[in-house]
Ligand binder design. Sequence first.
Ligand code: SF4
Ligand code: F3S
Length: 115
Amino acid sequence: PIDPNFDSNRERVEGEEAAAASGEDQDEAAVAVWGPVDPPEQLGIHGTHVAVDYDLCIADGTCLEDCPVDVFTWVDTPDHPESERKVEPTFEDQCIDCMLCVDVCPVDAIDVDAS
Ligand code: SF4
Ligand code: F3S
């Protein structure tokens, strides 16, 4: 499962390295990326309030379908060993802490810091 203490146990990755781990063609990723990253095989944890461990996510998609406020968007992750796409918590600031996504993920890839 995702490490709920990722923000103290991992280093935040910035700039182009973070964008590369998000499959984004820009200078900085839209949400925080917590390393280590080594694209395309290792992509780290994405997000802070709503965090998704890209290296655990198998693209089940239930989180995205069930989120009542549409926090997640798909991101293509070609050549990642677990799945070819991941859910980015693009609108994590909209989260209402319902915990649905945390409960439904079959591989426990999501952490929501509701405290
Ligand atoms: Fe969406 Fe609820 Fe998960 Fe927040 S906790 S991202 S509102 S499903
Ligand atoms: Fe991935 Fe789990 Fe959602 S596998 S797509 S984070 S339900």
